[in-house]
Structure formats: C-alpha cells, structure tokens
Design a protein around this ligand. Structure first.
Ligand SMILES: [Zn+2]
Ligand SMILES: [Zn+2]
Ligand SMILES: [Zn+2]
Ligand SMILES: [Zn+2]
Length: 294
C-alpha cells in the first residue's frame, strides 16, 4: 500500500505523462486490495495522530476519541462508468447519424432477436396464443384466427426505425443482449449502446486515465484527513456521520445537516436535552444489541 506522499507523487507523474497509465496502475494495485483498511499502515497511524483533535467536535467530550471520514472513495469501476457516460453523451451530440449497415451489423452481432408475433390480417401485436384450441392464434384486435403469425425481420424493423424512431412497430424491447445480463432492448436502446461503445473505443485511453486520476484524487483526499471529524465513540455511534457538517455559527463543531447549529451553540436548556438524547440513543442501541434485535 502506497503512503500518502507516494500516492501524490504517483498522481502527479501520471497527470504530467511522466509514467504510463499501465505502470501507474501496476504501482497502485500492487499489494492493494480495494476496500482494504488503510489504517493498518504505519503511515496512516502517524498521520492520524497529527490530525485527531483533543476533543469531540460534536459534543466536546474527551472520552475515547475516534477519527471519522465524512466521505469515502468509490470503487474504481464507478469512476469509469461515470466518465464513459459523459464521453458517450458528447459522442452522441457530435455523431447523431449512424450508418444503417453499421447499425444492423451491431444489432445482429450483439443481440438475439425475439420477434413479436403479428396478426397476418391487421398486423396488430395482440394475437393471443391458445394452448388447447386450434388454430393456435386469435387476434385480440380483429378477432382473426390463424395458425401462423407473421414476423418482421430485423432489417425491416431497422428500416422502419430509420424512417420514424417512434413508430409503433419499433417500440418493443425484442432485442436481448447476448451477454450474461440478457437485457431486453428496443432499437433506440440498442443505438444508445452502440454509440456508447463507439465513444468508449474511440476514447478508451483518455477515459481510463481520467477515471484513474479521479480515483487517485479521492484516495488522496481520503488519506489527507481533510474530510474527517474527531468524534467521541458515543457521538460516532449516535450519529450518521456522513450526514454531518460544520456548524455555521461557531465553525468549530459539527452538526447534523438537518439542524441549524451544533449542540454547543444551542441555548443551555436545549443543549442538555440534546446531550441526553445522545446518551439515550447509545443505551437504546446497546439494549437492542443485548436482546439480539440489531
Ligand atoms: Zn461526542
Ligand atoms: Zn465513514
Ligand atoms: Zn388482427
Ligand atoms: Zn456551533
């Protein structure tokens, strides 16, 4: 696991193009497991002792202080997904037209077509299949009875789609992705994935690099203790610390985002009540634990 300073150095070298993305990743992932607790390292412990305050930033207690992060880096894949989405959007705006044969090749390569049975008489989509009776189908729209439904070919559907994207015939999600997800799509969905893939292929390097840089930045921010508060164990267990912010009145203590000020800035009587609630919350949780409700 890289130390805080090593991480900054790695980020800068990558940003300046002094090392390749591949090398940067290798250096970072080497002996690093995502979600691994960074606070086992010596570097982390030393830095923590510098940042921890001498009293709880919520209630001012000095008992059993802990340092709590208000934000955490997300998973690396989430950065990639988010940045790809942005590039896809840009790509779509600058390449709104797709060649028809390219589209049709993409559809056939990546999707199984599960055609919608149509009534041969009225071309409606509502023939109901009958288990016992013959003929097999009966159209709910025109009441026509028949043995064989008709189907539109993929190319017919694509031609209709190119004429009118909103046409009745092309709204069905009859294209099932060939990957493990087996997602159902209509042609307009498929077009989105084609454009997204194109953007991804075109800017693969840039996307990967941007995502990794953001990921590094968030890891650096996490290790910087910039976004942390010192809380006593009681407060740490009584509050959802991810929903805390600095009190605007004193700029010293933290408060739940739903409250106007911190406990310290409340008038005496209200402050007492608030502290009692913390105490109560803690006892309540302990009781639940003892009873095995939690
Ligand atoms: Zn506290
Ligand atoms: Zn946390
Ligand atoms: Zn019909
Ligand atoms: Zn305050």
């Amino acid at each position: 696991m890289l130390t805080y300073n090593e991480l900054i150095e790695l980020r800068d070298k990558l940003a300046n193009g002094e090392i390749s993305l591949e090398l940067a990743k290798a250096e970072f992932w080497n002996d690093f497991k995502e979600g691994q607790r960074s606070w086992h390292t010596k570097d982390w412990k030393e830095r923590r002792s510098k940042f921890i305050k001498d009293k709880c930033q919520i209630c001012s207690s000095k008992e059993i202080l802990t340092i709590q992060h208000l934000s955490h880096p997300r998973k690396h894949t989430e950065y990639i997904r988010e940045i790809t989405r942005g590039y896809a959007k840009e790509y779509m705006n600058s390449n709104p037209e797709i060649d028809k044969s390219e589209f049709s090749n993409y559809v056939l390569k990546n999707y199984d077509y599960v055609p919608v049975p149509l009534c041969p008489n009225c071309k409606g989509k509502n023939p109901s299949e009958r288990v016992r009776k013959t003929p097999k189908y009966r159209c709910a729209d025109c009441k026509h009875e028949f043995d064989e439904a008709v189907y539109k070919s993929v190319n017919e559907l694509i031609s209709i789609f190119y004429e009118n994207e909103e046409a009745y015939e092309v709204r069905d999600k009859c294209f099932v992705s060939k990957d493990k997800w087996r997602n159902k799509n209509n042609l307009s969905n498929v077009r989105y994935w084609l454009q997204r893939d194109s953007a991804k292929n075109k800017d693969a390097e840039t996307i990967e690099k941007e995502a990794f840089l953001q990921y590094l930045n968030d890891n650096i921010k996490y290790l910087s203790f910039e976004d942390t508060i010192t809380a006593c164990r009681k407060c740490a267990s009584s509050y959802d610390l991810h929903k805390m912010e600095l009190c605007p009145k004193c700029n010293t203590h933290y408060k739940g985002i739903q409250y106007p000020t911190c406990i310290e800035c409340l008038p005496e009587d209200k402050r007492k009540a608030a502290l009692e609630i913390i105490e109560f919350g803690k006892e309540w949780r302990e009781m639940h634990k003892k009873l095995g409700i939690d």
